[in-house]
Write a protein that binds this ligand. Structure first.
Ligand code: A3P
Length: 313
């Protein structure tokens, strides 16, 4: 059965629900340890029900470390599933079309949205491999993972903390980078995340993509997604998907760029969700010492895993 965003279009847009909240109630959250991984306090409070989430065999999960290109991959998958029909994707913002299973908020429960969604479902998560609800493994669900080089990922996460008024306080760039390297940020260590999922792909149907490869040749990576999903993409359809999912087009697409979230939550005057969308922006942020330090940590952490990243194209 074809996946359509019709269900999402029927539920009230999250952005509209957020507009009803008193901006004064917005608070930056704190992190709590869940099985060794820092998560939002709110997520930790419902952890039992997240862990017990019942995946179905035809669920597709999009999983990433935050700011690795999740939204980009979501829009690609949605376009592939709708056989390149942008109108189907334009019916609702991306966060309504694809429930974020562990997300919980006064006006949102990713779990409830996922449960209410008709199958076949496409779901999103940032959970590291060891925290994924076991039913996803038991049901042998297909999973697409995208990883991004650690330096650009850290920079993007820093700016996201600054603009999203519910994320923990990031402090200065230097302080944030220190916490990021130590894994003291929400969803934990980037190293553990990318390594854990890299190993999982040898045991489960996981398609492991890289942000840098997507920047290098978007059509090639979209073909991989379609093949993994068993969907044939005639050349004109592929070209439409490539066009629809370029950075410039997604940046101006309100159904993909998070501009429907009220500015009291995501403040575009601080930074936009679709910020730069490049490989190598880290050079504008890192000192030489920070770059060398992270190179060393990265080499040590990824040693023996045959997992490599490109920090420039
Ligand atoms: P920057 O902050 O470096 O610009 P996520 O969706 O996981 O939160 O990731 C957001 C990052 O992906 C942002 O990175 C955003 O600009 C980038 N991004 C989103 N859509 C993109 C696209 N079509 N092409 C390239 N980068 C994209």
């Amino acid at each position: 059965m074809a996946r359509t965003p019709g269900h999402a279009a029927k539920i009230m847009d999250l952005g509209s629900r957020m507009k009803d909240l008193d901006p004064k109630s917005i608070q930056r959250t704190e992190l709590v340890d869940v099985m060794g991984v820092p998560l939002f306090t709110e997520i930790s409070e419902i952890w039992g029900s997240i862990w017990d989430f019942q995946a179905k065999p035809d669920d597709l999960l999009i999983c990433t470390y935050p700011k690795a290109g999740t939204t980009w991959l979501q829009e690609i998958v949605a376009m592939v599933q709708s056989e390149g029909d942008p109108q189907k994707c334009d019916q609702a913002p991306i966060y309504n079309r694809i429930p974020f299973i562990e997300m919980i908020h006064p006006v949102l429960s990713g779990l409830k949205e996922a449960e209410a969604m008709p199958s076949p479902r496409t779901l999103k998560s940032h959970l590291p491999v060891q925290l994924l609800p076991p039913s996803f493994w038991e049901q042998n669900c297909k999973i697409i993972y995208v990883a991004r080089n650690v330096k650009d990922n850290a920079v993007s996460y820093f700016h996201f903390h600054r603009m999203d008024q519910e994320m923990p306080e990031p402090g200065t760039w230097d302080q944030f980078l220190e916490n990021f390297i130590a894994g003291k940020v929400c969803w934990g260590s980037w190293f553990d995340h990318v390594k854990g999922w890299w190993e999982a792909k040898d045991r489960h149907p996981v398609l492991y993509l890289f942000y840098e490869d997507m920047k290098e040749d978007l059509a090639r990576e979209i073909r991989k997604v379609a093949e993994f999903l068993g969907i044939e993409l005639p050349e004109p359809v592929l070209n439409r998907i490539v066009q629809h999912t370029t950075f410039d087009n997604m940046k101006t697409n309100p159904m993909a760029n998070y501009s429907t979230i009220p500015p009291s939550f995501m403040d575009p005057t601080v930074s936009t969700f679709m910020r730069k969308g490049t490989v190598g922006d880290w050079k504008e942020h890192f000192t030489v010492a920070q770059s060398e330090c992270l190179d060393e940590v990265c080499a040590r952490e990824l040693e023996g895993s045959n997992l490599t990243f490109r920090t420039q194209l």
